[in-house]
Design a protein around this ligand. Structure first.
Ligand code: SAM
Length: 231
């Protein structure tokens, strides 16, 4: 399967393993991952955030219940919401999640946004788990036609050491542990290159209840609700 599918499958497997009830996908783009996660029976709340409102709107109808959802109702209820905003800003709609996924997001952040991102995700949202994926620049020489970066909109692409140092520092600062893995295996004999997509899975060391977290963090709403949309 293509690499993006492998990344989504990685998240889906993680959801199957830890059964989070509330999942937020930051940088959700056209909601492909959210559409896949809709079918995970453990999930009760799904939220997507993206700075680009139009890309979210393009395919968001796919999040609406399908006829099959009425024929074979899921066990629990499912609420899906989409929000237009930046991961560099705190909004109360981001609170209370068990799992936060940031798939191929951080390399699109400007330096100033990347600086604020850990405080928003690990400090403010503070879920029990965070998944972050990003390109591994050490793999680039194996990809045909890639000059500097894999995509024009990438602000940087990190080596394994660069990503791991950033992730370890962030984890230490906010009381998380982090483990590294990835998808897209290097060819045999070139294992030291690492995975094509590098992934960090962060786990909070001292879980708090989301209720106490929420009451300690009054914030003004800055995001715009995109879905369900008011007509
Ligand atoms: N996560 C999706 C996936 O894996 O298919 C899409 C990844 S796409 C390469 C990066 C997305 O991040 C884009 O949709 C972009 O609009 C969004 N993005 C960039 N900067 C952002 C920011 N500051 N806050 C929220 N989303 C942002």
């Amino acid at each position: 399967p293509p690499l993006y599918r492998q990344r989504y499958q990685f998240v889906k497997d993680l959801v199957g393993k830890y059964k989070p009830k509330k999942v937020a996908d930051l940088g959700c783009a056209d909601c492909k991952l959210l559409c896949m996660l809709k079918f995970c029976g453990c999930i009760e709340v799904l939220a997507g955030v993206d700075i680009c409102g139009s890309v979210m709107k393009e395919k968001m109808h796919r999040l609406s219940p399908l006829p099959v959802d009425y024929l074979q109702p899921r066990e629990g209820s499912l609420t899906v919401t989409l929000h237009h905003g930046s991961v560099a800003h705190k909004d109360p709609c981001m609170l209370g999640f068990d799992l936060v996924t940031c798939i191929e997001l951080i390399e699109h952040l400007e330096e100033s946004e990347l600086k604020k991102f850990p405080e928003v995700v690990f400090g403010f949202m503070a879920p029990s788990r965070v998944v972050i994926s990003t390109p591994n620049s050490e793999f680039n020489p194996l990809l045909p036609g890639v000059k500097l970066f894999r995509n024009q909109d990438h602000k940087f692409e990190w080596t394994q050491l660069q990503f791991q140092s950033w992730a370890l520092e962030t984890a230490k600062c906010y009381g998380y542990s982090v483990e590294f893995t990835g998808v897209g295996h290097p060819p045999r004999g070139m294992e030291n290159v690492g995975f094509c997509t590098q992934i960090g899975v962060f786990v909070k060391k001292y879980p708090q209840t989301s209720v106490s977290t929420q009451s300690e963090k009054p914030t003004e709403a800055v995001f715009k609700a995109v879905y369900p949309s008011l007509k």
